[in-house]
Design a protein around this ligand. Structure first.
Ligand code: FES
Length: 124
């Protein structure tokens, strides 16, 4: 049911934790399953230099968090904002249909972190 890659990210997730002096923080939750995800980003010259996550959720949500943080690191804000739930699912070699909402959570939390950063760094 789950790909080997997904299982590998679930059992050995990357970028777990928080960034105390984060430049942007995004939170997303799913009211149906009750799972929640928080993503912290550190930004330098419009590039995501560091990213960490805290996820209270299912195994797929944890694997999604791990994968999306790996995908976002080193990308420009614009590139990271464009990552879709399908991109994350593809990078994990697919998700079962009933688990696609888990990857939505990751893409949305990352976008919220970027929006949080942008709202704090509006150019005058
Ligand atoms: Fe809801 Fe996975 S079951 S995030």
């Amino acid at each position: 049911m789950y790909s080997a890659k997904l299982m590998e990210h679930f059992t050995n997730p990357r970028n777990v934790g928080e960034i105390a002096d984060a430049d942007g923080i995004g939170m997303e939750g799913n009211p149906t399953c009750g799972d929640a995800m928080k993503i912290f980003i550190k930004v330098e010259n419009d590039v995501i230099r560091d990213v960490k996550f805290q996820t209270f959720g299912c195994g797929a949500a944890i694997a999604v968090s791990s994968m999306i943080t790996e995908m976002a690191k080193g990308k420009t804000l614009e590139e990271a904002y464009a990552i879709t739930k399908q991109d994350v699912a593809d990078a994990l070699d697919g998700l079962p249909p009933q688990k696609m909402h888990c990857s939505n959570l990751g893409a949305d939390a990352l976008r919220k972190a970027i929006e949080d950063y942008q709202s704090k760094h509006k150019q005058n």
